[in-house]
Design a protein around this ligand. Sequence first.
Ligand code: MG
Length: 171
Amino acid sequence: MIKKFLPDQHVKSVFEISPEKLKSRGIKAIITDLDNTLVEWDRPNATPKLIKWFDDMKKNNIMITIVSNNNEERVKAFSEPHGIPFIFQARKPMGRAFRKALAQMGVKKEEVVVIGDQLLTDVFGGNRSGIHTILVVPVAKTDGFITKFNRQVERILLNWFRKKGMIQWED
Ligand SMILES: [Mg+2]
């Protein structure tokens, strides 16, 4: 059960994830979190570097859906300018939004990765749905109100995994 909180992979940022690497593993699509995964939770728009990352994925036919627990206003304003499909108020770690994203992109769970900065929502949700999960280091050191609580639980889980030798990376 506790292993459902353990990501399959860990990277410093989304920029370490390249279309070439994804394609070599048969991955056709990305389900990604928004806040503190793609940009800081309080930054309204994508950065030029992130826009380039989006374009790079698009050129390589890697589809992207943004799946966020945040509200419609935030997620829509961020995603729409780039023509990226999005699901707001996703209620991660519940599986419904992940299933919806798979159906919308017309891909199987084996052809997708879930990217996110939180163990309790993104990683747990992705793992429960049987999707390869990639944990990123949060873009910002700060968090929104609810996330602050989740981070405390997360720290306990990470310490446990580290003690058991299940993760190698540093904070
Ligand atoms: Mg997040």
